[in-house]
Design a protein around this ligand. Structure first.
Ligand code: GLU
Length: 545
């Protein structure tokens, strides 16, 4: 029997041989420097901050090099899979408006992009290795392997299936076929050509050079369920999909020697590797990996519910990813992620602490850079799902709402109060009569002069005044009621006055908004208009009693 026939018995029902796939997925014709990256989650749960971080780097590196970032679902470990895991991941990315160039439901010529649909492809390459005597069937049961491990522990030997411990490695074809005929279960293992005493060096783009022993383990490449292991699928997929840069979690560093060997044995070019450190949090004195269970902000839904846009998450991930990004972003208003040059060697080598407060402050900067119409569109969309009452007001008073949102916005130093769409109501509710007369509460510590307020609105206030005229009129009004029209004069001789011009403004502010702190009072009054200011002062009078 030829080795080819032998491989066909061990790995049956494979439609095409590997050469077919080599032709089917030709090289991508990349120009110099164009990167092909991939995000390769296992469908073991929904998208969370950790996966967003990894995919952020994939996407940003591919985009800035004019290359391709694709999504590949790694579902060969079907025991760990959750129900609707694949649909969940794709949906989460689509909801976040994060788009890959290729992937399940994104399209592309190098698919299928779901590993469980690629069984035939892997098996074709397993056959190739068996045929070349670089892989063999292993019939050892789980119990036998456990027993061997115990002996290795006892004898203080390295644990694993290698060298003299690799029992099935020496089976002849006839011996193996006999076992197959008897219905014994088997997996296919790599016949490792490595020597543990040799060294291999991973030139990691983030972590630098890492030396490790050559792999000599006869690792499993095809499991008894006919699906490949992660290691084997990684080599075959990243070869056929022409990945140039494998960006993945640093938990894979220690098995890189296996991957390097697999690429060599299969005759594939080795891609570049960049291993990213995990997102961490500080808990007391310890630092741990972020946890979907313990950290509410690790879930994507947290941001959706608050109305924190994906762009803010991306900006925050950019600051984690590159220590110079934040300063650059603050110094370059109007610029965004696409204008910044990211580099692997600027990525953190150890864990990156996730700081939700920092994310919120970045969000404030982001919101302050938006136009009023952009905030309006965003909050309209958000309230549709989360605040029906406010949504109706935004629809009914569209132009007015945009004017309100424009207070202290679209100016050189815009206001930085909103950090999420849920905040918009908190900062603007009092400008809507429907909410104001229902929700305004006056916790008055001092009494304000109603006469002054009425005099002001009836005799001084004109909606069309410039800001300068408006302020001059308040200055004119102040001394009539015993207030200093200049803060300086008041400070010099406080006993001479009831208060200063600031107190007059405070009285007007409280009377028309119920709040002591608001954005620009001139703008508020102008937007409310005379009639509504009169009504609000009357309402205030009632409530002050
Ligand atoms: N499926 C692997 C995981 O979820 C991905 C590792 C990789 O990107 O190669 O950890």
């Amino acid at each position: 029997m030829t080795r080819k026939e032998y491989s066909e018995i061990l790995v049956p029902n494979v439609e095409h041989d590997y050469k077919y796939y080599e032709e089917k997925y030709p090289s991508r014709n990349l120009s110099n420097g164009e990167m092909v990256t991939r995000f390769a989650p296992s469908p073991t749960g929904f998208v969370h901050m950790g996966s967003l971080y990894a995919s952020f780097i994939d996407l940003v590196m591919a985009k800035q090099s004019n290359g391709i970032a694709y999504l590949r679902i790694e579902d060969t470990d079907q025991k760990r899979e959750v129900e609707n895991g694949i649909e969940g991941i794709v949906k989460d990315f689509k909801n976040l408006n994060i788009n890959f160039d290729e992937g399940p439901s994104f399209g592309g010529n190098y698919g299928p992009y779901i590993q469980s649909e690629r069984g035939d492809i892997y098996r074709a390459y397993v056959r190739k290795l068996i045929e070349e005597d670089k892989a063999y069937p292993c019939f050892c049961s789980a119990e036998e392997l456990d027993e061997q491990r115990n002996i290795q522990e006892l004898e203080k030997e390295r644990i694993g299936y290698y060298g003299v411990w690799a029992k099935c490695r020496t089976l002849t074809m006839d011996e193996a076929l006999e076992k197959v005929k008897n219905g014994e279960k088997y997996v296919i293992r790599l016949k490792s050509p490595g020597n543990f005493n040799n060294k291999v060096i991973l030139h990691d783009l983030i972590k630098g050079n890492i030396e490790m022993p050559e792999n000599d383990m006869d690792i499993v490449i095809l499991k008894s369920d006919n699906l490949p292991t992660y290691h084997f699928a990684h080599a075959v997929d990243d070869h056929l999909m022409h990945t140039t840069h494998v960006i993945r979690g640093d938990e894979w560093v220690s098995s890189w020697n296996v991957h390097e060997q697999l690429f060599k044995v299969l005759g594939f070019d080795l891609p570049n590797y960049a291993h990213i450190s995990p997102l961490t949090v500080k808990e007391g004195n310890t630092i741990r990996k972020i946890s979907k269970r313990k950290d509410p902000w690790a879930a994507v839904s947290y941001y959706h519910q608050k109305g924190i846009p994906t762009e803010v998450i991306r900006l925050y991930l950019a600051t984690i990813n590159n220590s110079t990004f934040e300063a650059w972003y603050l110094q370059n208003p109007g610029k965004g992620i696409d204008d910044f040059k990211f580099e692997f060697d600027k990525c953190p080598i150890g864990g990156s602490l996730f700081d939700i407060q920092k994310l919120i402050s970045i969000s404030k900067v982001y919101f302050s850079s938006l136009k009023a119409t952009e905030v309006y569109d965003g909050v309209l969309n958000y309230t549709k799902e989360y605040d029906q009452e406010f949504n109706e007001l935004l629809v009914k008073y569209k132009d007015y709402a945009i004017n309100i949102l424009n207070i202290e916005r679209e100016i050189p130093r815009p206001r930085r109060d909103i950090s999420a769409y849920e905040d918009v109501r908190t900062y603007t509710w009092y400008m809507f009569d429907e909410l104001y007369y229902k929700e305004a509460k006056f916790n008055l510590e001092k009494e304000y002069n109603i006469e002054l307020l009425k005099d002001y609105v009836n005799n001084y206030f004109d909606q069309n005044d410039s800001k300068e005229d408006w302020f001059n009129k308040i200055k004119e009004l102040a001394p009539k009621y015993g207030y200093a029209s200049e803060t300086k004069a008041y400070k010099a001789e406080p006993e001479k006055y009831k208060g200063s011009i600031g107190d007059v403004c405070e009285a007007i502010r409280v009377a028309v908004t119920s709040l002591t702190m608001t954005p620009d009072l001139y703008e508020i009054l102008k937007n409310l208009g005379k009639e509504r200011v009169i009504k609000r002062i009357e309402f205030f009078e009632e409530n002050q009693k």
